[in-house]
Design a protein around this ligand. Structure first.
Ligand code: NAI
Ligand code: BGC
Length: 271
């Protein structure tokens, strides 16, 4: 449903980071279908972001594409200023942007460690901080939702599942979990909600080598009790719900969207 209709996010204004591919793209599309106006942040792929914006507008929705690196304080400030300049206000942030730079611990360079922490964790800190500042500035304005503002951080099953060869990534998602919970605790009295979504294996460019051949997919499926790989839309539906008034009493929680990956599948046959 477009922003002119009566979707569960009608009259909301959202910013989705890393929205030019994969999960972020599906989330931006899903929020727009639920009636939100969406700022589609991209870092490298402006063409894909502009294509999504055209698609949303063609469906009667409202969208803009905004370039910006979430790990850079000045760029994050500008990103939020541009979103507010375009929409007049902001109600929703989905802090989705994330990267992997995988290596065994002895081979992992400091640059690989820092790059992942800076995008995945510092990026969420910078974006959440800016969103909360903006929500506070809007507190005396009439608002379209029960909450003053709502944030969803894109975590991962690796906020709880250790991941050898990916220590930087797992550390960033473990950090994201406690960032989400600590912020939720801090801003709940102001009616700002902060939650996380933790996807399992979702078919996107970040993990292409895990699903692009039948053999790799078979190996992956051994880790997924539900027996299929996730699609970006599986995550988008969960994020849309968390952003809506349907989830108004939900804050500080992580919603796992993982086909059971966190259920210790190795124990299914009596351990
Ligand atoms: P993806 O590679 O398709 O998307 C990542 C997006 O982040 C891209 O659009 C990229 O341009 C953007 N990005 C990277 N660095 C950025 C920066 N400095 N500033 C702004 N944007 C930047 O991969 P996917 O899977 O869609 O990943 C999205 C999020 O979902 C990430 O946080 C990832 O950790 C998380 N995730 C993915 C899972 C999966 O199985 N695909 C599972 C669990 C979590
Ligand atoms: C990673 C993917 C991986 C999935 C399940 C995600 O956080 O980005 O590469 O397939 O977790 O292990």
């Amino acid at each position: 449903m477009s922003s002119t209709g009566k979707g569960i996010l009608a009259d909301r204004h959202a910013l989705v980071t890393g929205a030019s591919s994969g999960i972020g793209l599906a989330v931006a599309r899903g929020l727009a279908e639920a009636g939100a106006a969406v700022a589609v942040n991209y870092h490298s792929d402006g063409e894909a972001a502009c294509q999504l914006v055209s698609e949303i507008r063609a469906g009667g929705g409202q969208a803009i594409a905004l370039e910006g690196d979430v790990s850079r304080e000045d760029e994050v400030r500008r990103l939020f200023e541009e979103a507010r300049g375009a929409f007049g206000r902001l109600d929703l942030l989905v802090a989705n942007a994330g990267i992997q730079k995988d290596a065994g611990i002895a081979e992992m360079t400091l640059a690989e460690w820092q790059a992942v922490l800076e995008v995945n964790l510092t990026g969420q800190f910078l974006c959440c901080r800016e969103a909360i500042r903006l929500f506070r500035e809007q507190k005396d304005q009439p608002r379209p939702a029960r909450a003053l503002g709502s944030i969803v951080c894109m975590s991962s099953v690796h906020e709880v599942i250790p991941w050898a060869g990916h220590a930087n990534y797992a550390a960033s998602k473990g950090g994201s979990k406690l960032l989400t919970q600590s912020l939720a605790q801090e801003v709940a009295p102001e009616r700002i909600r902060v939650n996380a979504v933790a996807p399992g294996a979702i078919r996107t460019p970040i993990n292409r080598e895990s699903w692009e051949t039948p053999e790799a997919l078979q190996r992956l499926l051994r880790l997924i009790p539900y027996g299929r790989i996730g699609e970006p839309e599986d995550v988008a539906r969960a994020v849309t719900w968390l952003c809506s008034d349907e989830a108004d009493y939900v804050t500080g929680t992580t919603l796992f969207v993982d086909g059971g990956m966190t259920l210790y599948p190795g124990f299914a046959g009596n351990g």
